[in-house]
Write a protein that binds this ligand. Structure first.
Ligand code: FE
Length: 352
């Protein structure tokens, strides 16, 4: 064998070795940026690795931090798969071009059409919802009649003057709720409603959702708005004082007679520059499986997004009286699309 051929064969062997290593890397790892930080999610991740042999490298940050990091890293980003906890933020990631379209029959079949992004030009989907949370109203059971707070519209009604506690209007959970209301009522009515809420405030918006529930329990206000899982956490707490807070308040799933309760989502996407793209899709497909849906939704006291999956969660059962409730059915990406409009309305009516 000539030296030249030997050299060429050696080079070929080396190249083959490199591509095998790359293939193994492709087979064995997925890099996850996650805004979820629930201890029960550990079971979710180990379940995936057990089922597929794919190891998960995880970076934890909040939604805004993850989106900023993806932007800063650009094409050099190691991220393959991204988990976020609000529809408007998933929409933001899509619009900012941080995701790549997902082609997956499994996901298309499992996740309802209104709980995922609208299709891209090539039919791919930018993100899917994997769990849902209701934005509910809690109230002082002694001082407030349930009938006076069983719709979102009544939060802005003069009969509830001086009673309302709510976190900042600009928080994504409220931007998403107000974006949904805009979709249901139109801009003009929504702006009047927001103005009515400002007039009804018991105090200037501050704190998180749990603080609003506590403010109702302490008597600082009579009515508050919260994501359902914050109330479920208090209900399931090992601290008696937190269970006492939950016991003091009533909860309503608003708008049962009209368009249904506003539901937000936690969801996932594949990063635009994913190097382990196939593994990223596998991971999202795993999240839609009944086993993973249980971990995913139950880990934060939420409802599964995948069709036909139910979970046994005592707090959620207690909250709904173990009965089904009516959820809104608008396409969840509309919520993100209305964000800018909503922010302008908030500025005009002075909703902090
Ligand atoms: Fe939250």
């Amino acid at each position: 064998m000539s030296k030249k051929i030997t050299a060429a064969l050696t080079t070929f062997a080396l190249l083959a070795a490199v591509s095998v290593t790359q293939a193994q890397a492709q087979d064995s790892v997925v890099n996850l940026y996650s805004a979820r930080h629930y201890s029960t999610d550990e079971a979710l991740y180990s379940g995936f690795t057990k089922a597929t042999g794919i190891k998960i490298n995880r970076v934890d940050a909040d939604d805004a931090g993850i989106l900023a990091r993806l932007k800063a890293e650009g094409a050099a980003s190691p991220a393959d798969v991204i988990l976020l906890v609000d529809a408007a933020r998933l929409y933001r990631g899509e619009v900012d071009g941080l995701f790549q379209p997902i082609q997956s029959k499994t996901l298309n079949e499992a996740i309802p059409t209104n709980l995922r992004s609208k299709p891209e030009a090539d039919g791919g989907i930018s993100w899917f919802g994997f769990s849902t949370r209701a934005r509910v109203i809690v109230y002082n059971k002694v001082k407030v009649n349930k009938e006076d707070v069983d719709t979102y519209e009544e939060l802005g009604d003069p009969k509830n003057k001086g009673k309302l506690c709510i976190r900042s209007g600009s928080h994504p959970y409220n931007l998403s709720l107000f974006g949904a209301v805009t979709e249901h009522l139109g801009e003009q009515k929504t702006e009047e409603w927001l103005k009515g809420m400002v007039a009804n405030l018991a105090r200037s918006p501050k704190g998180g959702d749990t603080d609003q529930i506590k403010a109702v329990a302490s008597g600082e206000c009579d009515i508050a708005v919260t994501n359902s899982y914050y109330l479920a956490r208090l209900m399931r707490s090992s601290k008696p004082e937190e269970v006492a807070v939950a016991n003091k308040v009533g909860v309503v799933f608003p708008n049962q007679q009209s368009w249904g309760t506003h539901m937000n989502i936690a969801g996932g996407a594949v990063a635009k520059y994913a190097k382990n793209q196939a593994n990223a899709v596998k991971f999202l497909e795993y999240l839609a499986s009944p086993e993973a849906q249980n971990y995913f939704a139950n880990g934060n006291n939420e409802w599964p997004a995948a069709k036909g999956v139910t979970i046994a969660n005592p707090a959620l059962k207690a909250m709904t009286g173990n009965a089904p409730f009516k959820s809104e059915t608008i396409h969840i990406s509309a919520v993100g699309a209305n964000t800018t409009k909503v922010q302008q309305m908030l500025d005009r009516v002075g909703f902090k």
